[in-house]
Design a protein around this ligand. Structure first.
Ligand SMILES: Cc1ncc(COP(=O)(O)O)c(C=O)c1O
Length: 449
């Protein structure tokens, strides 16, 4: 009957789990943006260290976590897994709801699980500066934190709408020694082009990625780091699910349903991939990706090759996409405003191993308020999408009278997102119409492969 299922520091996983060893179909290879041929390690070495490029392509099932990274992980790992007794009671559901809480990390989300190894491998490769993008500021702060540990200068291109909505995230990044710009900026060719066409452009993750990649590609001492989407990022996040497996073992339970919000797909992958291995081997299990209705990549996107960024500088990836120049409405869950998803998540969705659901933001905040008033923690707006879906599944279980076991990942806390809560409580939060026309237009500009 424990509320927190805890592990000891000795239980921190020593290896990351690579789902490419087990998935029935591997994603199609990334293509060079100019030649449209599969990219090789040399194409990527201008902006990534070789150790991460190797992790991007390897099909080894288990990847050793460096000793130094494990030591840093002890600052917040293992993360607790909670049983949401009070939420269950409020819902009157026979379902058991568990959540893994990643908000205990220094930056307040799951993102340091990958920012720390990324900074570590870059430092090992002699890199002194990293450029990156950030949406709501979670990834940017996670990388600035990791940069401060490894003596790396971090330059962050922060999506302008979030930069204005979330000033405290910027201050956190600067406190960890980072330099932050509101994107689009006039510092890069990509940013200048966008500002010329639309001086009031609110920015998007796709634009910020273009700026950060250009910055890295035009400075010899600088690499680029991405907070989601790429295989090695998802790999690092599997510590979440590997710990959850041990926590379920400890209490003699196993989830029927696993839920994660999905921006690029890294926290969903982190919590679910180790369990998906069991599903691939025959175990009954549902995995649900939850996305915003105004940026519905999996539920409404097309499974095609597209650029990872707006300007078309990155390799073409096989993804469910809304079009690389689609600018999603300025919802508060800034970390979910990405036009596509990780190729690994997309392939698994395509193969029916993952389901997807989309919600408008007011119903997401309704769930976040119910969660806050029963479990106490105020969720990040991104994570609140998972809370919404978990509550809905628990209500289905009530209707059906079934004792389901639900696990969701509470990927971050929302204590630096309180303006979003203020807007909701004051009745100012609006739901955006599904931007069908804009998406249709953006999809019509997709590269033909
Ligand atoms: C708290 C939180 N959850 C989820 C996400 C979405 O990213 P991903 O889908 O890669 O987990 C973000 C992104 O910034 C985030 O800050």
């Amino acid at each position: 009957m424990e509320t927190k299922i805890m592990l000891s520091e000795r239980d921190i996983p020593k290896k990351w789990y690579n789902i490419m060893a087990d998935m029935p179909n591997l994603p199609r290879p990334p293509l060079h943006p100019a030649t449209k041929e599969p990219v090789g390690p040399d194409d990527l070495s201008a902006i990534f260290p070789m150790s991460l490029i190797e992790q991007e392509v390897t099909q080894e099932r288990w990847i050793e976590i460096p000793e130094d990274v494990l030591k840093v992980y002890t600052l917040w790992r293992p993360s607790p897994m909670y049983r949401a007794y009070r939420l269950e009671e409020a819902l009157g559901t026979p379902a058991k709801i568990y959540y893994k809480y990643e908000g205990v990390s220094p930056a307040g989300s799951h993102k340091p699980n990958t920012s720390v190894p990324q900074a570590y491998y870059n430092r090992e490769a002699g890199i002194r500066r990293i450029a990156t993008e950030t949406g709501a500021g979670q990834w940017g702060s996670a990388l600035c934190f990791a940069g401060s540990l490894y003596g790396i200068d971090v330059t962050v291109y922060m999506v302008k709408v979030s930069y204005n909505q979330k000033p405290y995230r910027r201050i956190a990044m600067e406190t960890w020694g980072g330099t932050v710009y509101a994107s689009p900026t006039d510092r890069t060719e990509a940013g200048r082009k966008i500002l010329e066409a639309d001086p009031d452009n609110p920015g998007s993750l796709g634009i910020a990625i273009s700026e950060a990649v250009e910055d890295a590609a035009t400075h010899d001492d600088t690499n680029y780091a991405l907070g989601s989407v790429l295989n090695h990022v998802l790999l690092h996040q599997t510590v979440i699910g590997l710990e959850a497996q041990k926590q379920f073992e400890q209490i003699g339970d196993y989830p029927d349903i696993i839920i994660g919000c999905c921006g690029g797909g890294s926290n969903l992958a982190g919590v679910s991939f180790p369990f998906l291995r069991d599903k691939i081997n025959g175990k009954e299990l549902r995995v649900i990706a939850v996305e915003p209705a105004s940026c519905p990549t999996l539920t409404k996107g097309e499974f095609r090759y597209d650029f990872g960024d707006t300007a078309g500088l990155t390799p073409l990836l096989m993804m469910y996409t809304l079009g690389h120049d689609f600018v999603p409405p300025g919802i508060h869950a800034g970390g979910l405003r990405y036009h596509a998803d990780a190729p690994l998540v997309c392939q698994l969705y395509h193969d029916g191993l993952i389901e997807a659901k989309a919600y408008p933001q007011t119903t997401v905040f309704e769930a976040a308020i119910q969660f806050s008033r029963t479990e106490g923690i105020i969720p990040a707006p991104e994570s609140a999408h998972a809370v919404r879906a978990a509550i809905d599944e628990a209500l289905v279980a009530r209707e059906e009278g079934k004792e389901k076991t639900i696990l969701f990942n509470l990927s971050g806390h929302g204590y630096l997102d309180l303006q979003a809560y203020a807007d909701y409580l004051e009745g100012k939060l609006v739901d955006y119409e599904y931007p069908e026309e804009k998406i249709k237009e953006a999809l019509s500009r997709l590269p033909v492969i």
